[in-house]
Design a protein around this ligand. Sequence first.
Ligand code: F6R
Ligand code: ZN
Length: 189
Amino acid sequence: MIKPFTSKISTPDGRLTPHHNHIQRTLSTMKGQYADQPAYQAMLAQGDQLIYEVYENRLAEIPGELQHGTSIVHPGKVGNEYFMTKGHFHNVLETAEVYYCLQGVGYMMMETPEGEWAAEELAPGVVLYVPPRWAHRSINVGRQDLVTFFIYPGDAGHDYGTIETRGFRKIIVEQDGQPLVMDNPAWLE
Ligand code: F6R
Ligand code: ZN
C-alpha cells in the first residue's frame, strides 16, 4: 500500500518536486490543432518550440487514487491563436477534474460530446471544476507562464484522438490585443 507523501510546487516555474513524470510538448506534437496552418508550418520551420509542460505524480490507475500534478503553458501564439494544450476527454467519460490556477492568465476551453461548450477564465486563486463528460484544454492568453495544479480520478485515462480528429468547437485568438472566442473554422462535425 502506498504511504502518504508530499511534493512541492516551486514558483514561478510551476515545477513539482519530486515528480514521477515530466512531459514536454513541442509544436510538432500539435499538428493539425492550430487553425492557421500556414502560420503553424512557418513557425515549425523556425524550430520545434516548447509549448507546454506537465509534472505529474502517477498513481495506480484505479478509481480510489487521485492523479495530480502541475501544467505549465508557455506564452505565445501560432498566427493569432494562443498557445494551448492538446486537450482531451477522459477515457472514462464520467470522471471530473479540479484545476487550481497559481499563476498567469488564460482560459479553460471545454465541451461535451452533446455539443455544449464553455470557456472559463483562469487567474491566480481560481478553482475550476471540470465536470464529468467535459473535454478540456488550457489556453494561455497572457505574457507569462500559465501555471495550474490539477487533480483527477486515478482511472480516468485520456482520450486525445477525438480532439485530434475533430478539434474543439471554439478557439481563442487575439484580436485588437484582446482574447476573442470564435468558431473553429476547422471543426469537424
Ligand atoms: C489530466 C489533465 C491535465 C492535462 C495537462 C496537459 O487529465 O487534464 O493534467 O493533461 O494540462 O494537457 P493535455 O493532457 O491535453 O496535453
Ligand atoms: Zn483531464
